[in-house]
Design a protein around this ligand. Structure first.
Ligand SMILES: NC(=O)c1ccc[n+]([C@@H]2O[C@H](COP(=O)([O-])OP(=O)(O)OC[C@H]3O[C@@H](n4cnc5c(N)ncnc54)[C@H](O)[C@@H]3O)[C@@H](O)[C@H]2O)c1
Ligand SMILES: [Zn+2]
Length: 371
């Protein structure tokens, strides 16, 4: 398979994303094009380091780097200040200097924590992303946002820090669970809805092959998503405006994740529901065609994503969800802002939604558990 490339033109922070099969064995070579021989640390988690750590280390060592590895326990709760401090200690022990670099070998949790460590250690050192989940390949590894969580909330401490390279290897996705794959597909579908009707139709046609991890089609999917995210983030690197469209489905998605304490709905599942609710709101407020909502719902369902919430107390759940949207980070003075669609491929950000309409719309999605 040819290696596909997506370039992000960001002046002296420009970088290239490499997408293909069997990219991991090339990591040493690809790093040498932009980073001189030095000490480097591979950061992975308790799943990704045992799976891919050796291959990564061998390639880097052969390219002349002095490599050590550091393991984070797998899971979102690891993305915290305590582990960040442990990583800093390890970087000092490993004698990392200003020109040394980090490799993030894992999903978004590893990418965000490693990226933030790289952004801050010695006021900033280079890092390379090797995203190992579909979600991190199409989303978190592109755009330069890095962060850790505080007890008070997700991603509350962070920095913008662009990687030197991003290497997306389709082979690494074969060990992902079905749930993780679906979670990534939720963000993939989002790109179609917000930016590219042609890509959305292509996904409708090729979803079965993507679910069975066809490498060629998966690489094409990752390439298109990276291109779309790259276009939006290079235009608005620090999210002062249009980058907000990437939050389609996320205002309600975050409220759902929070309400269930991040352990019933994964991020992608919550965002799937958030996207559907946003489509229905868009019908009422922007004339989004009903038929398009059906297409979005079908694609999400076929991706094995949930399209309803079941609860034993419907009114209370709806109230809590509405309150959740009012606490969203992007909320101004208690008025939650939504990204809404005019049609597939065309969205507006900063839309206000009357609370009564939100309540009425949520009634369709929040259902009583059958006794
Ligand atoms: N920086 C950004 O712009 C941005 C954007 C979106 C999400 N995020 C962040 O990304 C995180 C979510 O990322 P995620 O969904 O990749 O989660 P994750 O990193 O927790 O990975 C999910 C699970 O899959 C395992 N795993 C990873 N790769 C695997 C592989 N190839 N085979 C088998 N198991 C594998 C991990 O160990 C983990 O248990 C969140 O913290 C979120 O805040 C950041
Ligand atoms: Zn998301």
């Amino acid at each position: 398979m040819n290696i596909k490339k997506v370039h992000l033109p960001l002046a002296d922070r420009s970088y290239t994303i490499f997408i293909g099969s069997e990219i991991l064995p090339l990591v040493g070579e690809l790093c040498r094009e932009v980073l001189p021989p030095q000490n480097c640390v591979i950061v992975g988690d308790s799943n990704t380091l045992p799976l891919f750590g050796e291959k990564c280390k061998t390639s880097l060592t052969q390219a002349g780097y002095n490599v050590s590895s550091w393991e984070l326990p797998a899971g979102e709760t690891s993305k915290n200040l305590t582990n960040l401090a442990r990583l800093y200690d390890f970087l000092v022990e490993s004698r990392l200097e200003r020109k040394s670099f980090l490799i993030a070998l894992g999903g978004g949790v590893v990418g965000d924590l490693t990226g933030f460590a790289a952004a801050t250690y010695m006021r900033g050192i280079p890092f390379v992303q090797i995203p190992t989940t579909l979600l991190s390949q199409v989303d978190s590894s592109v755009g330069g946002k890095t962060a850790v969580n505080l007890p008070g909330g997700k991603n509350l401490v962070g920095a913008f820090h662009q990687p030197k390279r991003v290497l997306c290897d389709m082979k690494l996705l074969s060990s992902l669970s079905q749930k993780e794959l679906s979670c990534g597909l939720s963000e993939v579908i989002k790109y179609g809805v917000i930016l590219d009707a042609g890509f959305f139709a292509w996904l409708e046609e090729h979803l079965p092959e993507l679910l069975s991890l066809d490498t060629e089609l998966m690489a094409e999917t990752v390439r298109r998503c990276c291109e779309l995210k790259a276009a939006v983030t290079t235009e608005d690197e620090r999210e002062s405006g249009r980058r907000a469209i990437l939050n389609f489905g996320h205002t309600l998605g975050h409220a759902i994740e929070q309400l269930y304490q991040y352990n019933t709905f994964s991020h992608g599942e919550a965002v799937a529901l958030g996207q559907l609710v946003a489509c229905r709101l868009s019908e009422s407020l922007l004339g989004f065609p009903r038929e398009e909502t059906r297409r979005v719902a079908n694609l999400l369902k076929s991706s094995k994503l949930p399209v309803t919430i079941h609860t034993d107390n419907v009114p209370a759940t709806i109230d809590q969800l509405i309150q959740g949207t009012q606490r969203d980070k992007k909320t101004l003075a208690g008025d939650p802002k939504f990204v809404l669609a005019e049609q597939v491929g065309k969205v507006n950000f900063g839309c206000s939604v009357p609370q009564e309409l939100l309540r009425e719309t949520l009634r369709e999605f929040v259902q009583k558990i059958e006794e």
